[in-house]
Design a protein around this ligand. Structure first.
Ligand code: HEC
Ligand code: HEC
Length: 275
């Protein structure tokens, strides 16, 4: 029975890795992620805000940081429209936003344009935001997806939605133009493990780099605790082994989101973290 159990576990792992490979191949080859096509002729504003809510907790990864754990302003609890108004009129606000929608959009694409006091990256005196620009890789929300999130954040507290419903056939985010200013800060090719850990939200739950948080085990010593294989498995199949004393709350979607190169860069970096 034991042997059978082990064999079953092994083939499950193989299946997961394989699914990951199949999903990630297009990205590895540098093609855009799978196209989202939405029938806009029947799309209502209620549908659009629901899409925004899904993006907030799913692909956008916003809820990994924006929750009630104090890592970032709790956007679900805050009245975001009223908060935006007070940010724009705050002394020291130097961004370009003129209303809630443009403030939320600016927060997503240029997080350091204004850093909420106390939430800046450690050691930067609130000059640099720890939030990744979500219109760039790896999160790479399209304009339409950002509009949907704005619609969700405006409507959840009963405010009017000020973004327009999309009208044309929707395409994924356009390929960034070929000048360095528009290039994503992080791509599968060039991202360092540190960028990846930050942009995939690992730092929201683990102590690693300059992050100090213990929702998950301290990764600064993980190389001394786990083998390379165990580290890889913890990331692609978090439920397979639950670290003692921790809740099984590590997301299981990294296997779908990370490219193989990114996964290996993270594993390599973590195995070198031995205290
Ligand atoms: C890795 C963590 C992280 C992720 C992921 C993240 N944010 Fe943030 N965000 C922050 C932090 C920290 C701040 C506060 C510092 C600042 O002002 O940039 C912030 C600030 C903001 C603000 C300004 C809030 C205020 O009180 O003025 C908005 C709006 C925002 N984020 C929206 C989003 C949305 C929408 C997403 C998902 C598409 C997202 N964020 C993803 C960490 C994150
Ligand atoms: C929402 C919080 C959360 C996020 C985000 C998260 N983790 Fe975790 N992680 C946990 C928790 C909780 C555990 C312990 C429970 C378990 O083993 O599943 C864990 C366990 C681990 C372990 C095993 C550590 C050990 O000592 O056993 C590794 C390695 C790991 N995570 C890496 C990562 C990486 C890499 C990322 C980003 C790609 C990440 N985690 C994102 C919460 C998170």
């Amino acid at each position: 029975m034991r042997v059978l159990g082990k064999v079953a576990g092994f083939s499950l792992l193989l299946t997961l890795v394989f699914t990951g490979v199949a999903n990630l191949l297009p990205q590895v080859q540098g093609e855009p992620p799978e196209e989202t096509t939405i029938d806009v002729s029947s799309l209502t504003m209620a549908d659009f805000t629901r899409l925004g809510e899904k993006l907030f907790t799913g692909k956008g990864t916003c809820a990994l940081c924006h929750n009630n754990m104090g890592r970032a302003p709790d956007l679900l609890a805050l009245n975001v429209v009223d908060t935006s108004a007070s940010r724009i009129s705050a002394e020291g606000y130097e961004g370009d936003a003129v209303d809630a929608a443009s403030y939320i959009r600016e927060s997503m694409t240029e997080p350091s344009a204004y850093v909420v006091p106390g939430f800046g990256k450690k050691g930067t005196d609130d000059q640099i935001s720890p939030m990744p620009p979500v219109n760039q890789a790896p999160i790479q929300l399209s304009q339409m997806e950002m509009d949907a999130i704005i619609a969700f954040l405006e409507s959840k507290d009963g405010h009017d939605v000020t973004v327009a419903l999309p009208t044309a056939r929707l395409e994924p985010a356009p390929e960034p133009a070929n000048d360095s200013a528009a290039e994503p800060a992080v791509s599968g090719e060039t991202a360092t493990a540190a960028d990846l850990l930050m942009n995939y939200g690992c730092t929201a739950c683990h102590s690693i780099l300059d992050s100090e948080v213990d929702i998950g085990p301290d990764l600064r010593t993980v190389g001394a605790r786990l083998t390379t294989e165990q580290i890889r498995q913890s990331i692609i199949d978090p439920m397979s082994v639950i670290a003692d004393g921790y809740e099984p709350m590590m997301p299981d979607y990294f296997v779908d989101e990370l490219t193989i190169k990114e996964l290996e860069a993270i594993v390599k970096f973590l195995e070198s973290q031995n205290g």
